[in-house]
Every structure is written in structure tokens, then in C-alpha cells.
Design a protein around this ligand. Structure first.
Ligand SMILES: Cc1ncc(COP(=O)(O)O)c(C=O)c1O
Length: 440
């Protein structure tokens, strides 16, 4: 293995012939290029010096057992032995995300004509109400190890919440960069945590390019962009969604999973988690199919899937599912690989279907999803209608965020049954009118 250690920015000066100190990344041993396989030492590196391919964390997992995990805390740090973090990472000031509920969704299954068990992995229960708290927790730990004092990000909204809150909790500085057209439920909540919040006139892809340009500028010498120069670590945080599903099912894998796609990272990491658990013998390596969900107004990966392409052609997003509005998804080709390898499908759904998906999940299970969750439920329905997804197989769908963040999406579709005076007769009349209208 060739390893070229990447020095952290705060590395103290060392004698010329002494190796730089290696930060404690727990079981992580190196970074590998996903394209050419070149390996590197652990550091704030994210692109291969040889071919510019993305870097991924590699491990020595020999010490992992079910008992070790089960004896851990009731949050994502129980999987520290599978993440690029020091054993003590969970004891440092952070939001302690994870171990969100896995909800058995019998009513939704019935409404959709499914006969197999259906589950919702409900990540709206995280501290800032999306799965992004998981990825930030790992990236924040990496920033500490690498001596980066400020955490920063380019965000479609949920990551903005997670970075600003995690920095506040740790007493760190944060710089969050977002497109200026995001929902109030993302912008105001991020601002409430303090830190610097920059709203850019442009799309997420413009924001992401700007952040890439900022890396290398002296202004950002002390910054860890969680989803840019800390991306190899950040992305590993999404594996905890996969670990939890397996553990919550009693150390089993489901037969099907439906995941939303923005950059494509979450979907690929759920698959990586399940492959790791199978390889380590922590679950039986039973086959599963991974399905991807996008909104039609930003569906570059679904389009590439349908066309049989390996490359993803960038699009300009136009959808109410703003959290998924990445027109040039960094992990799109890898998401395609996972879905094709496992025999899944990637579908996209209209904004009207997204709203119906949000309402169906709320009305059947009492789970109020962000637009990304609406995309997933609507995609599940479509996959059932086309026969792509087996209604009899055990299925998990991911609800990655809280509907309170995207009220705008449904505000013109739901409201009070009636607005009435403080009067019993008006209650009676309103209920009668409601029954007449709905036939219920
Ligand atoms: C709520 C929500 N779900 C899913 C995703 C998709 O994540 P990924 O970029 O890992 O595909 C995002 C990304 O921002 C998100 O905010």
C-alpha cells in the first residue's frame, strides 16, 4: 500500500526526518481513491492527486463485535468502531445524533397494497431534525483531529442547520453557505444557532463551486468544509443509518430499501454499511435491493439510470424538494453503480406527487416528512405501480427530515377543516359539512 501522509494544517513543526504525528481516527487507516485505488494517509484531502477521483476512508475493522456495539451509547457513537473517529469522539461536545426510531408502517403498507413488512427509518428525530446531524458529527470530529477550528459547508438547507447547531454546541465558529431561495424553515433555523450564514444568489451547484474555490484561499486556512475537504469523513456518517436499520431489525438486512438522492452519498453509504456488516459476519449477508428516489425537477441520476448511462448529465434544478436540488451530484455515478449492482431502480416523481407522498405518510402513520420524505413515499408508490418493487418483500423507506422545515410545500394543500365562531352549533354544522364533503 502506498501512503502519502497529508499533514493537518496545525501540525507542529517536526524534525525533517521525523514522520508527522498521525491524528487518531480510530479504526480508519487510510484514504483510497474510488477511481484508481491510489492510497493516501489520513488528512484533509478529498481528491486523488493522480486522477482527481474522490477519496474514501479505508479501515482495519478486526476489533468489531456485536457486543462492543450493543454496549455503546444510545446514539450513533455506538458505531464508533466502524467510523473514522477516535474512541472518545462521542465524549467531545457534539449533538449526539442517531438511534432514531424505525417505525413499523402497517397502515401505509395497507394503503399501498403491500403485503410484506414496511418500515420507516425516521431521521426527523435527530437534534436538528434531519440525517445531516450524523454526517456533521463525524466531520466535526475530523476537524478536531486535523486542528481545523471553523466548520463550514455548502448546503441545500438541512446541512446548514446541522453545521450551525453542532458548532454552537461545541463553541466553534461556523460558516454556512446556502442558495438564497431556501425555505424559511431552513434559513431562520440556521440563523438562530448563530455563526456566519451566507445566502448566495444562485443554485446549490453555484454555492458548491464557490466553496471549492474558497479552499486554498488564506481566509479559509482554518476551515473544514464538512462536505468538501472533509467529505471522505463526513460521508461515512451516513453509514450509521444502515447500521441502525440492521441492528433495529435484530441484526438482519431488509430485502429492499428506498433512499432519496441529492449528491447520492447517503444511498451509497447505506449500501457500504450493509456490505461491511455482512463481511464482518455481524449480519447474514442476505441479498437486498437499493432503490433511489428523486424529484422530477432535479432528476439527473434517475435520467442517467433510465438511459443506461454511467455518467450523470448535470441539470438546473426546479422543484419544491429543495433539499434534494443538486443538479451536479458528486456521488451520482456511484449511486448508479449501487442500484444496478443490487437490482434496484431509480425513479423520479412530480412535485404534486411529492405533496401527496407527504400527506399519505402523515395521514397513515403520523409521521410528518420533509419534502425529501415525500419524494421517497411517492417513489415507493410509483415503484409498486410499475412492478419494480416487490410488495411482498420486507422494505425500509428513509424519511430523512422533518416536515416542519418545509411547510411552504403543503401550505396551499392543507388547512383547517373550517374557521368558525365560538359556538356549538357552528361546530355541528362544520362537522356535518366535512362529512358531506368527504363522504366519511
Ligand atoms: C433531507 C435530506 N434527505 C436526503 C438528502 C440527500 O443526501 P445525499 O446528498 O447524501 O444524497 C439530503 C441532502 O441534502 C437532505 O437534506
Amino acid at each position: 500500500m502506498t501512503t502519502t501522509p497529508v499533514a493537518p494544517s496545525s501540525t507542529p513543526s517536526v524534525a525533517p526526518d521525523a514522520a508527522p504525528p498521525v491524528p487518531d481516527f480510530g479504526p480508519a487507516t487510510h484514504l483510497t481513491c474510488r477511481e484508481c485505488g491510489q492510497t493516501y494517509g489520513l488528512g484533509a484531502a478529498y481528491a486523488c492527486a493522480e486522477c482527481f477521483g474522490p477519496l474514501e476512508v479505508g479501515y482495519d475493522h478486526s476489533a468489531v463485535t456485536r457486543e462492543l456495539i450493543e454496549s455503546g451509547p444510545a446514539n450513533m457513537w455506538r458505531y464508533s468502531c466502524l467510523l473514522p473517529v477516535a474512541a472518545y469522539a462521542g465524549d467531545e461536545r457534539n449533538l449526539n445524533p442517531g438511534l432514531t426510531r424505525l417505525v413499523r408502517a402497517d397502515n401505509l403498507a395497507r394503503a399501498l397494497g403491500m403485503t410484506g413488512p414496511l418500515w420507516v427509518k425516521d431521521d426527523s428525530g435527530n437534534p436538528t431534525h434531519s440525517f445531516k446531524d450524523r454526517v456533521v458529527a463525524v466531520a466535526q470530529s475530523a476537524a478536531r483531529r486535523l486542528g481545523l477550528g471553523t466548520i463550514a459547508c455548502a448546503s441545500t438547507g438541512n446541512l446548514a442547520n446541522a453545521v450551525a447547531a453542532a458548532a454552537a454546541r461545541a463553541g466553534q465558529d461556523s460558516v454556512v453557505v446556502i442558495p438564497s431561495n431556501l425555505e424559511d424553515g431552513k434559513v431562520l433555523t440556521t440563523a438562530a444557532y448563530g455563526g456566519i450564514l451566507l445566502a448566495v444568489d444562485g443554485t446549490y451547484d453555484d454555492v458548491n463551486r464557490l466553496c471549492s474555490e474558497l479552499i486554498g484561499d488564506p481566509l479559509t486556512a482554518d476551515w473544514g468544509f464538512v462536505n468538501v475537504n472533509l467529505r471522505p469523513y463526513y460521508a461515512e456518517g451516513s453509514k450509521t443509518v444502515g447500521y441502525e436499520i440492521a441492528e433495529q431489525l435484530g441484526w438482519r438486512l431488509p430485502q429492499q430499501v428506498v433512499a432519496p438522492i441529492a449528491s447520492g452519498s447517503l444511498l451509497t453509504k447505506v449500501d457500504k454499511a450493509w456490505r461491511e456488516l455482512s463481511a464482518l459476519g455481524l449480519v447474514e449477508g442476505s441479498p437486498y435491493r437499493v432503490f433511489g428516489a428523486q424529484a422530477t425537477g432535479c432528476s439527473p441520476v434517475a435520467q442517467a439510470f433510465r438511459a443506461g448511462h454511467d455518467v450523470v448529465r448535470p441539470v438546473r434544478p426546479d422543484t419544491i424538494a429543495k433539499s434534494l436540488a443538486i443538479g451536479n451530484p458528486a456521488d451520482g455515478p456511484y449511486a448508479l453503480d449501487v442500484v444496478r449492482r443490487t437490482g434496484g431502480v431509480i425513479e423520479d416523481v412530480s412535485d404534486a406527487e411529492v405533496v401527496e407522498g407527504i400527506r399519505l405518510l402523515a395521514e397513515t402513520e403520523g409521521v410528518f416528512a420533509e419534502t425529501a420524505g415525500g419524494v421517497v413515499v411517492a417513489t415507493l408508490r410509483k415503484l409498486l405501480a410499475t412492478g419494480a418493487l416487490d410488495p411482498a418483500a420486507e422494505t425500509v423507506i428513509l424519511n430523512t427530515g422533518d416536515g416542519l422545515k418545509t411547510l411552504d410545500a403543503i401550505s396551499s394543500h392543507v388547512g383547517p377543516t373550517a374557521t368558525i365562531a365560538h359556538d356549538v352549533d357552528e361546530v355541528t354544522a362544520a362537522i356535518a359539512a366535512h362529512h358531506a364533503r368527504t363522504g366519511a
